[in-house]
Structures are given as C-alpha cells and as structure tokens.
Design a protein. Sequence first.
Length: 296
Amino acid sequence: MTTTHPVARRAPRPKPRARPEPVSSDGETPRPGLIALLGSGETSPAGRKFHDFLVSRLPRPATVAILETPAGFQPNVDRVAGKIGECLVRGLRNYDPRVLIVQARKRATPYDPDCPQIAHFVLPADYIFLGPGSPTYTVRQLRDSLTLRQMQARHREGATLGFASAAALAAGTWVLPVYEIYKSGEDLRWEPGLDIFRPFGLDLTVVTHWNNKEGGKDLDTSRCYMGRERFDRLCAMLPPETTILGVDEQVSCILDFAKGECQVFGPGGVTIMHGGRTVLHGAGERFPVDELRPTA
C-alpha cells in the first residue's frame, strides 16, 4: 500500500481557478463516473462486493484513493483508513489495485484538505472512497476545500466516488448530526451537507443505517439511530423540495448519471421519500435517477 507523507507545514490556500471541461480523444466531453452509496459495512463481505462491483468497471490496474477525512478527529485515524486499504488490497487482489491513503484530516493543520500537497493525491484516482467517522466533521473539513474540488473534477472525468456510512450522510444537501443528537442529546436539526448531487439537478439528502436494529425491542434505532417518531419530526424540518434516500445496512445504491439509472445491491433495499410519498426498491432493482427528483 502506498501512503502519503505528512507535510511539514500548512501550504497557503490556492485561489480557485476555472478549469476547462476535459475532452476525450474523440472530442466529446467524457461521461461522469458512478456515485455509490453504502449503508454500512465497508469492510464486511457486503462491502467487498460493493468495492468489487465498482473496481471491476475501471481501467486496470485501478488507482484507489481513500480519504481519511471522516475519521480525521480520531487518534487512530491512520488505522481506520489503513484497515480499509488492506481490505481492498486483499479482497480485490485479482484487480491488483494501487491504493493511496489521502491524509486530508483537518483544516489549519499539516493535514489540511486545502493543502495542494495532500489534495493532489486525488488526481490520479480512478476510485475515490470515504467511509466511517462523523458526518458533520466530514462536512466541516471538506466543504469548499481543494480536496473536494479535485474529487468532483475527477468524477466529471469518469472517476467513481464511493461513500459509506458517515460519508454517505455527509454527501447530501442536508446532513443529519447523528452523534450530536443520539449521543449528546442536542436538539433535532439538519445541517448543510456537501451537496455533491446538486450539479446533477438533485436536492438529495442521504440517510444510512436506515434499518438499524441495535436498540432491540426496547429502543427504535432505525433511520440512522433516530427512530421513526423522531425521524418524522426531522422530515418536517426539511424544505419541501428535498428528497430523502434511505439506504439499509449492508446495502448499496449505485447512481449512474450517464445512463440515468440507479441500481440496488444487498440483502435489503432503499427508501425514497418526498412530499409524503414513499417508494421502496429492493435488492437487484433498477430505477431511473429521475425518481430522486422532486418532480417525480
């Protein structure tokens, strides 16, 4: 596994510059890559199938970039990302991927996501993955950062983006402050997310761990530990144009904007909620991306 080296000091933040759209060899603008959302279990057997599905569709050998950001506040952050990297190297050995660990941990530190020496490790990636940690922390560190801009540029050029658990929560228009509410008892609310689906005309909020049952019979921990009653109140707080995509644990939803299609993998399914209407799609089902739009 190849790992980035810490930078000795914080580099100055570069001014954003307009980048021309890349052009393929035939003169046409390339199609965007997949965006894949995993409800939980990035290193489980279901997670291995998730990664296998994505990497199998990339050039070989593919370069995979794992961002440390979601767990950047944890003392063992290097081990969190390292474990995922080891899982990919071992589980995807047939594809012989090149795995990079991108140490974009925290702003105003040597591991600043705005540091060019860190963000540039995203540029060669065919598959960019973010996983467990804190959703709100992920948003605070990545929003408007150079690393995020590089990720989105690579996606426009055809790279695949993979988000699991906390990172998938952070990817949407609104992010649920799970730990703040569930662990610390703070008031119900939403906070602005990374809004990565906006360029595709989607006002989409992602909720992972949708069918969680850790609370057993005594505590409803579905809807990402909120439970149905609290989640109903949270839904009422969202703007009417927002669509909610609930992703079950061990389940992945693959969004293919080039084909205008979504596909569901895993033992459960996904739930689409908008304007009082709820639609469920089970394992193996395909449905149009347009179902995620408010007009649908």
